[in-house]
Design a protein. Structure first.
Length: 223
């Protein structure tokens, strides 16, 4: 890999970090003391496009920027955000790096949803009691009614957003010549064919269902 290609990949990663930070600022969904934002989806797009190591780097940079600027949860929030972003982005990025096709992307995102939910459940058990200053039994009581549905819905919504935006974003980046087309990953010009319509429909259905859970079931609010 030559230096010019490395620089171009860093430029794309920096662009995605800026977009991820922007969605944190502009469109958070709050459910009690928990907050959803779409940064994990943006970081996952970077992981799919650039590789899981870039996804890991972005998963450090964006939560760090959030902690240093707008976060009210301090270091605890940084750790939780890092674990969420790194797990979600790196799992799908790793699977996709092995199988660069639609099946690899879908399997990767499905495993990301499962992995991120499991990791956040464990993190909630060990970190949330420290952050809230309560006994672990209090947090355990929140798992079935708040923590599990929130994290599962958060992961599903990020998966839907990633599935919806990855191909158009990748095609746009390739069109600027920032990155060359990669063999076998279907990342050339974006063709809105039957498969694209199907994937878009699935992504929109997942997004709609997750948004409904956030606002109707979990009584979330924007801002």
């Amino acid at each position: 890999m030559n230096n010019q290609f490395k620089i171009r990949k860093l430029v794309v990663a920096a662009l995605l970090c800026a977009l991820a930070y922007l969605v944190v600022v502009v469109f958070p969904i709050r459910v009690q003391f928990l907050t959803f934002d779409a940064k994990d989806a943006i970081i996952a797009i970077g992981s799919l496009l650039l590789g899981p190591l870039y996804g890991l780097g972005m998963a450090i940079v964006v939560p760090l920027l959030e902690m240093l600027t707008i976060s009210a949860t301090g270091f605890y929030g940084f750790i939780m955000n890092f674990l969420s972003s790194a797990t979600f982005a790196c799992v799908c990025g790793l699977i996709y790096s092995i199988r660069r096709d639609v099946t690899g992307a879908i399997v990767g995102l499905a495993l990301s949803v499962a992995s991120m939910t499991a990791v956040m459940m464990a993190a909630n058990l060990f970190i949330t009691p420290l952050y809230m200053g309560v006994e672990r039994t209090v947090v355990v009581q929140l798992i079935p009614t708040l923590l599990l549905p929130f994290n599962l819905t958060k992961a599903a919504l990020n998966a839907g957003i990633t599935l919806l935006l990855y191909k158009p974003f990748t095609a746009a980046v390739r069109a600027t010549d920032l990155l060359p087309a990669a063999n076998g990953d279907g990342s050339g010009a974006y063709h809105f064919g039957v498969r694209s319509v199907l994937l878009t429909s699935v992504a929109l259905a997942v997004i709609a269902a997750a948004v409904a859970v956030f606002f109707v079931v979990l009584q979330g609010r924007v801002g």
